[in-house]
Design a binder for this molecule. Structure first.
Ligand code: HEM
Length: 510
């Protein structure tokens, strides 16, 4: 037998290739049978190279050019039915589904919540940064974190606006009042870091006053590398991680003394404490595990900081381009509380135009534009399959499903036709909210279902408070940023690509 191999040197490699091909054919057949037993296939985006290498290259190119939205639209164009935005792709031998259909997103997030989760891979990739926190886990582990964290965002906890006042005052002191050019986005990122650390730990990192503070730089670096790790999937071992480990050391060294301090206090004292920080409140529940506390605090910091800063930045980008919105918003603010009194939680809620401005920002610029879930069992998605795109799609355990709030919220077919009251979808117009409410599951800046953003009210309060205080002091906003080109980038969280250069004009007193 061995003689044959030596006599025919190509026999062994040929046999190897043939058996690999046979294995692949059988595997694909079995997979095909399993999927068709559950439902249909979605229209497929074709690749012209093995393993979808051309599509992988396309993803990387679009991500590099900050045109991810164009990549998703390119994918959706493979669907023959223009009202179905669900397609599938084979990437590195894995089947991926991409969707911007409200029915499918509702299934992933709510009606079939148990079937889809963040998955093992996400947990592993994020473990060094966020451990076993609310952000990285599924099932019981996630549920326990959610139970622990949710009460900290109850109305009575977020209606205390003292913290925002402290930091917004500092923010405004960095803005000249004679139209001087300032990158307001850069200031908002420092402002939300300061207010979030103050709220979470009871002590701010004060990055508005010390922009190069070690913590701020370390946090930014860790986020950047984490994003690269997440995007590179199977190949993440190739990402250099030196600055990542160094950054984590700095973050932990900053947070740990606060944890040590709070753990020295007894639970009954913490329960009675007036104005407790998030950390105090966590420790008051009796939790004593240092790592668990650290993970939850960092997770909430990550979830709450860039999201709110980005949304504030886009708001002022749009306000600077449309002075009539600034005038109308100021009128509402002055009528409601005047030019100097800080707004209360109730004041903010009773300013409809302010609420419409924030809704409109999050419609065009949802902070988490692209998101992903993994099928935790064999299941289906309700729509997008079959020749006319109306059949359920069969989904096998482990399939990755990408879904996009930004693509869905920019779909013209999900809105009323344009009219005098309702401008085209791409226009920033808070007025459209006067007589219109989006159909359910078509507007999801905070996600939906059991995993809906736990900080939604905190975020809207912080944003509203900041907008009101700025417009009480300044009555005009000049636009210095340039039109054209990609205006945003999406490294997990959407942010303005080149900052937001504007100028503020202090109102004349007297
Ligand atoms: C404009 C501001 C914000 C937006 C648009 C936003 C949006 C979102 C979205 C889309 C998710 C779902 C992520 C996922 O499951 O994959 C989420 C989750 C979360 N958000 Fe927010 N967020 C904002 C601000 C905040 C703030 C200020 C906090 C806290 C201070 C916060 C805390 C959280 C937490 C802890 C989760 C995880 C919830 C869970 O998995 O159960 N967010 N947010």
């Amino acid at each position: 037998m061995l003689d044959h191999f030596f006599a025919h040197p190509f026999l062994f490699p040929l046999l190897l290739i043939a058996s690999s091909c046979l294995y692949l054919v059988i595997r694909n057949l079995l997979e095909y049978r399993a999927i068709t037993k559950l439902g249909s296939f979605a229209p497929r985006a074709h690749s012209y190279l093995p393993f979808g290498v051309d599509i992988l290259y396309r993803t990387i190119r679009h991500s590099h050019n900050n045109t991810d939205i164009d990549f998703w639209e390119w994918l959706f164009a493979w669907s023959p039915n223009k009202h179905s935005k669900t397609v599938e792709v084979g990437l590195a031998r894995q089947r991926w589904i991409f969707t911007a259909d409200p029915g499918n997103i509702k299934a992933i997030l709510a009606t079939q919540f148990q079937d889809f989760g963040k998955g093992k891979r996400f947990h592993e990739d994020w473990k060094p940064f966020l451990g076993d926190s609310i952000f990285t886990t599924d099932g019981q582990q996630w549920h326990d974190s959610r139970q622990l964290i949710r009460p900290q965002f109850a109305k009575n906890r977020i209606a205390d606006l003292e913290i925002f006042e402290r930091h917004v005052e500092r923010l405004m002191n960095k803005i000249g009042g004679r139209g001087e050019e300032v990158d307001i986005a850069a200031l908002f990122y420092r402002f939300t870091l300061d207010s979030a650390t103050d709220y979470l730990l009871g002590k701010s990192v004060d990055s508005l006053d010390n922009p190069h503070a070690e913590f701020a730089s370390a946090f930014a670096e860790v986020q950047k590398v984490q994003n690269m790790i997440t995007r590179s999937g199977e190949f993440n071992a190739l990402i250099p991680k030196g600055t990542y480990w160094a950054g984590l050391k700095i973050i932990n060294a900053f947070v740990e003394p606060f944890i040590e301090q709070v753990l020295r206090l007894n639970v009954s004292y913490l329960k009675e404490k007036t104005n407790p920080s998030f950390l105090d409140a966590l420790a008051a529940t009796g939790i004593r595990d240092r790592n668990a506390i650290r993970d939850q605090v960092i997770a909430v910091l990550l979830a709450g900081r860039d999201t709110t800063a980005g949304a504030l930045s886009f708001t002022f980008q749009e306000l600077s381009a449309q002075p009539e919105i600034v005038r109308k918003l100021r009128r509402e603010i002055l009528d409601k509380i005047g030019a100097s009194k800080p707004p209360s939680y109730e004041d903010l809620k009773s300013m409809p135009y302010l609420q419409h401005v924030m809704n409109e920002t999050l419609r065009l610029y949802p902070s988490v534009p692209f998101n992903v879930r993994q099928a935790l069992c064999d299941t289906t998605l309700p729509t997008g399959g079959g020749p006319d795109g109306s059949q359920p799609i069969g989904i096998l355990k482990g399939t990755t499903v990408g879904y996009s709030a930004i693509c869905m919220q920019r779909r013209e077919d999900l809105y009323p036709p344009p009219s005098a009251d309702f401008p085209t979808v791409s226009k920033y117009s808070p007025e459209r909210w006067d007589k219109w409410t989006p159909k359910t599951w078509t507007y999801l800046p905070f996600n939906g279902g059991p995993r809906i953003c736990v900080g939604q009210q905190f975020a809207l309060t912080e944003m509203g408070y900041t907008i009101v205080r700025i417009l009480q002091r300044f009555d005009r906003v000049s636009k210095y940023w340039q039109d054209g080109g990609a205006q945003f980038k999406s490294e997990v969280i959407l942010s303005p690509k080149n900052g937001v250069q504007v100028g503020f004009w202090e109102r004349e007193i007297g």
